[in-house]
Design a protein around this ligand. Structure first.
Ligand SMILES: Nc1ncnc2c1ncn2[C@@H]1O[C@H](COP(=O)(O)OP(=O)(O)O)[C@@H](O)[C@H]1O
Ligand SMILES: [Mg+2]
Length: 249
């Protein structure tokens, strides 16, 4: 199986502080890969590096074989990588439908989107409806997004994330702040949308991680101390000592 993302000797410092240290990581095409680790380990920083929101101090990142660490976030997005942020990121006054349609338009070259796609309304509507169906929000397509439940807003956010046609998705704590039943629904949705996509997810809820991930990487103080299947990670003594044994969340 080929790689979707490959990180080679990636480092990031903020001033004197080395936050990510010579990190190597291969994420295979269509795998579900979870990144876990204590607070402050550098998980969100790693996401910002991959998505282009932070520049590397040194190292290399490739997406589907192309070097991306010299690109801007929107260029990386157009190469097929989409991410959500730790906070819900929707337009509350626009309808659910319009939020998804915006996600599609953003992913395109702006001139192209204005001149061609808005005129070709049929194609745009069709795409929007496919995404609405994927995230199970057809029933509330015309409600203002701000009226949805918290869980549905997060589902909408995932819809916006995949609307641009990305084949690699990065979700930062997608079940944060959810009840048990909301978490279960979110996990099912994430499983569904990652059927034929690569998923990289940061998540604190170990139940979610072990249920969702094909492989798990454990990040501790900017270093990956293990990458393995959920079963092997559970049994890994170094992981237990560094993290799972002292789980606070
Ligand atoms: N923009 C920044 N400037 C300075 N320090 C930062 C910045 N972003 C993150 N850090 C530091 O990097 C460390 C890792 O943070 P973060 O990546 O948010 O960890 P995690 O997501 O694993 O909890 C923390 O010590 C944090 O203070
Ligand atoms: Mg974080």
């Amino acid at each position: 199986m080929s790689n979707s993302l490959k990180l080679t000797n990636v480092s990031k410092s903020f001033g004197e502080a080395k936050i990510i240290k010579n990190l190597n990581l291969d994420i295979k095409k269509n795998e579900r890969h979870a990144i876990i680790g204590p607070n402050g380990a550098g998980k969100s920083t790693l996401f910002h590096l991959i998505s282009g929101h932070y520049k590397l101090t040194s190292g290399k990142i490739t997406l589907n074989g192309d070097v991306i660490n010299n690109l801007e976030p929107h260029q990386i997005n157009r190469k097929g990588l989409a991410r959500s942020f730790q906070v819900t990121n929707i337009f509350p006054k626009m309808s659910v439908y319009e939020n998804i349609r915006c996600g599609i338009l953003w992913s395109l070259d702006f001139k192209y989107s204005i001149i061609k796609l808005v005129n070709k309304n049929k194609e745009l509507n069709k795409k929007t409806n496919v995404i609405l169906q994927e995230v199970n929000l057809q029933h509330c397509a015309h409600l203002p997004a701000g009226l949805l439940s918290y869980a549905d807003q997060r589902a909408l956010e995932i819809g916006i994330t995949i609307a641009g046609g990305a084949d690699t998705l990065m979700l930062d704590e997608p079940t944060a702040g959810m009840s048990n039943s909301e978490t279960e629904r979110a996990v099912n949705l994430i499983k569904q949308i990652s059927e034929n996509r690569t998923l990289v997810v940061v998540e604190h809820d170990m139940g979610v991680v072990f249920d969702l991930a094909d492989r798990i990487s454990v990040l501790v103080y900017g270093e990956i101390i293990a990458t393995d299947t959920p079963n092997n990670i559970r049994k890994n003594k170094a992981v237990q000592a560094a993290y799972l044994g002292t789980e606070e969340h």
